[in-house]
Design a protein around this ligand. Structure first.
Ligand code: C5J
Length: 220
């Protein structure tokens, strides 16, 4: 057990019961021409999280910490896409339409894949999720139960959408989440800040927040 300095108070890290969960670091969110850009966002806002995540992922692998990745997306026949989600945004293009990186947010298309800098290696589950939360309609709860995980170090994009939804889902399942401020990002910097504040408010109502340097130091 290692104490990691965090907000609202130190996180007692138990690597044997912990995993690194990297949310949706897909080309569709962080590169031009994908789902994020289609919704009118400046994808450059997310790219600052890549370098700290690369360093964190290397340290986690070196330390033997269990690593999981998620990808938001849908089956090519759209059978797992709620009509409400398809219509949301009211843009000229939507999920399933063709874009510069293939069909937007569709499994198997180039845009759906994880960016090369953070590409999963053998032994790291990639959890495909049709929703914002990583527990909804996925195998994540089974993996967590089988491995008796009680702690998740949560990173990725976007802070207030898929990261936050996943942290809330994990919290309700009795899992402690440590969110890394510099390894998460939002298209809206003010939402990023507010989302992190919401996690630690009221004595850590959803979990803890720290930075990658604190976790790397605990891992090495
Ligand atoms: C969004 C996500 N923002 N991964 N997805 O639609 O946060």
């Amino acid at each position: 057990m290692v104490q990691i300095p965090a907000q609202p108070y130190d996180f007692v890290f138990d690597p044997a019961k912990a995993a690194l969960l990297i949310i949706d670091m897909q080309r569709d969110f962080v590169e031009p021409g994908g789902f994020g850009a289609m919704l009118g966002n400046d994808v450059g806002q997310l790219r600052g999280a890549i370098a700290p995540l690369v360093a964190l992922l290397a340290a986690a692998r070196q330390a033997g910490l269990f690593v999981m990745h998620t990808r938001e997306g849908h089956k090519p026949d759209l059978s797992d896409l709620h009509e409400s989600k398809r219509l949301r945004g009211k843009g000229t293009t939507t999920i399933g339409d063709s874009g510069p990186m293939g069909r937007i947010l569709i499994a198997g298309e180039p845009g759906h894949d994880i960016i090369p800098e953070l590409y999963p290696i053998a032994g790291e589950p990639v959890i495909d999720k049709p929703g914002k939360g990583a527990f909804y309609d996925t195998e994540l709860a089974d993996i967590v139960a089988q491995r008796r995980l009680t702690q998740l170090i949560v990173c990725g994009v976007t802070t207030e959408v898929c990261v936050h939804t996943t942290v809330r889902e994990a919290n309700d399942r009795g899992i402690d989440c440590l969110v890394l401020a510099d390894c998460t990002a939002s298209y809206f910097p003010e939402f990023h800040e507010a989302a992190l504040r919401m996690i630690v408010a009221q004595g850590g109502i959803f979990g803890w927040v720290t930075d990658s340097a604190s976790v790397i130091s605990a891992l090495t």
